[in-house]
Write a protein that binds this ligand. Structure first.
Ligand code: ARG
Length: 256
């Protein structure tokens, strides 16, 4: 219940930033003229966006950089806690966000999304012998990152014992490893990597839901959206996307 209220408050706040911000997002012309595009991500969601020491890296960081360069721009990265990313976008603190946001009807009220840059799902992960199926979640404690589609979808499962939210996805994973929760629900590609790294202690269970992931621009910034979509289409067809995806995942994760 408390989580539901927190999630609702965050969404209401986000929707209101879309309405109350009078400031203009930078149009494509303004960005092009400046020569630099500002991209925001979280930097704590491996292997999509994360830090290795002081270096921001990951599939989405490389893809975002490739898109920026393909558009003929210098790229400047900004990192923000996940829960602040779309709010900052609507406050014109950067031009777009690439941080594994699922394209949901709620988020579409606040921002606009580019065509999906990958398709994935939310997976159940537990220690070997622990819950694997949706039915197994009954009475169990589940860890998820705050502000995510994992939280929304776990709350829809009847009979879950308790949902614990964490500021970062990696904190939710750590809670599972420490035995403080029974299950972590997270991205299936992140989960594959974590299960492999923790071998043989963790297991990958059911997919709770599927989602399409997209870059977000400020609501109404159609000139920038058009450029992002066309640049993404180029990367999808010229081999750049395939190479990055193979490098990070050993497979092509584009939407089929
Ligand atoms: N795909 C999930 C969502 O849409 C999780 C995204 C989390 N991203 C991150 N950078 N931590 O909410």
């Amino acid at each position: 219940m408390k989580n539901a209220i927190v999630a609702l408050t965050a969404l209401a706040l986000l929707a209101s930033t879309a309405l109350s911000s009078n400031a203009q997002a930078r149009t494509w012309d303004a960005i092009k003229q400046s020569g630099t595009i500002k991209i925001a991500t979280e930097g704590a969601f491996p292997p999509f966006n994360y830090f290795v020491g002081k270096k921001l890296t990951g599939f989405e960081v490389d893809l975002g950089t490739a898109i920026g360069k393909q558009l003929g721009l210098k790229v400047e990265w900004v990192t923000q806690p996940f829960d602040n990313l779309l709010i900052g976008l609507n406050q014109d603190r950067y031009d777009f966000v690439i941080a594994s946001h699922g394209i949901t009807p709620e988020r579409l009220k606040a921002v606009d999304f580019a065509n999906p840059h990958y398709c994935t799902g939310g997976a159940v992960v537990s220690k070997v012998g622990g819950p694997k199926t949706v039915a197994d979640l009954k009475g169990k404690t589940v860890a998820v990152q705050v502000g995510t589609t994992y939280l929304d979808n776990v709350q829809k499962v009847a009979g879950v014992g308790k949902v614990s939210t964490f500021p970062k996805d990696t904190d939710a994973q750590a809670a599972l490893m420490a035995g403080r929760v029974d299950v972590w629900v997270g991205d299936k590609f992140s989960a594959l990597e974590v299960v492999k790294a923790q071998k043989p202690r963790l297991q990958l269970g059911d997919l709770l839901f599927q989602e399409r992931i997209g870059m977000a621009v400020k609501k109404g910034n159609s000139s920038l959206l058009k450029e992002l979509n066309s640049s993404l289409a180029t990367e999808l067809s010229n081999g750049v996307y395939a190479k990055l995806s193979g490098q990070y995942f050993g497979q092509d994760i584009r939407c089929k």
